[in-house]
Design a protein around this ligand. Structure first.
Ligand code: FPP
Length: 254
């Protein structure tokens, strides 16, 4: 039975969590985030949407550090959905460049912090520069043992299931052999645990095609605040709420 580290050994976010009543041994293993509201945040400030995404990038940097320091093992964030190509070309190009630059600029820090970088989505369809930056991040950090940080880029949950089914057909499976476990084993990251907690900012009560197979039983936590206003306080509130929920996985829990 693991014991809670003594207060002297805790880092500041762990101390703050314990003060709020969060049990550091019952954290979700895998947190997924839908970082919504960058555009609205920018508009409210009279700025272009891309400035909202830039601010969102800064906030993501802090959220990754917080998750890593508190002890979360997997963080997956929705950076660009398979449907986001429908946005104006300027915004799409700007987002591609921003993610590429971020992947390059953050690599050294993430490596130093023992972060293992990973990607989910149809990355073969991304611009070559972005793809190369992501592949470099994955390769460089592949031996790291800290938090697994997965960027969902050109990701769609339905597309992921379609790709899994295509794999199974190509591998020659018969209909009677198809099981849920087999489909799970052919998703993009079959060795990752399923998300336990999904955080969404900017108040929308939607799932938006994010990890729809793996997230079937995850707990949702939604804040009305847009992603650029997301703080350590929001993360801790989400974790506390998560710990107060009873996860039933379809069963009856007395
Ligand atoms: C949704 O807000 C956000 C996105 C589509 C992009 C998320 C990207 C970032 C947080 C920044 C870059 C990420 C990395 C990895 C560097 P929205 O534009 O839909 O906001 P709105 O609903 O208010 O219009």
């Amino acid at each position: 039975m693991p014991t809670t580290p003594s207060v002297a050994k805790m880092n500041p976010i762990q101390k703050r969590a314990v003060e709020m009543g969060i049990d550091l041994h019952a954290l979700p293993s895998h947190v997924a985030i839908i970082m919504d509201g960058n555009g609205r945040w920018a508009k409210k400030n009279g700025w272009q949407r891309l400035l909202g995404h830039r601010e969102g990038y800064k906030v993501l940097r802090g959220a990754l550090l917080d998750c890593s320091e508190i002890g979360i093992k997997y963080l997956t964030v929705y950076a660009f959905s398979a449907e986001n190509w429908r946005r104006p070309k300027d915004e799409v190009d700007g987002l591609m460049k921003l993610i590429e630059q971020a992947a390059k600029d953050e690599l050294r820090t993430m490596h130093k912090n023992n972060v293992r970088v990973n990607v989910t989505g149809r990355i073969e369809e991304l611009p070559s520069g972005l793809r190369a930056a992501l592949e470099d991040g994955i390769e460089t950090t592949s031996e790291n043992t800290g938090i697994v940080f997965t960027l969902a880029v050109n990701y769609g949950g339905r597309a992921e299931i379609v790709d899994a089914v295509k794999d199974l057909i190509a591998a020659g499976f018969d209909a009677e052999e198809i099981t849920e476990d087999l489909i799970s084993a052919h998703l993009y990251n079959p060795h990752h645990p399923e998300p336990d907690l999904m955080i969404r900012t900017a108040g929308e009560m939607r799932w938006s095609n994010f990890l729809i197979w793996q997230g079937a039983y995850c707990e949702l936590w939604v804040t009305p605040d847009p992603w650029p206003d997301f703080s350590t306080g929001h993360l801790l509130e989400a974790l506390k709420t998560y710990q107060n929920r009873t996860r039933k996985f379809g069963a009856v829990v007395e």
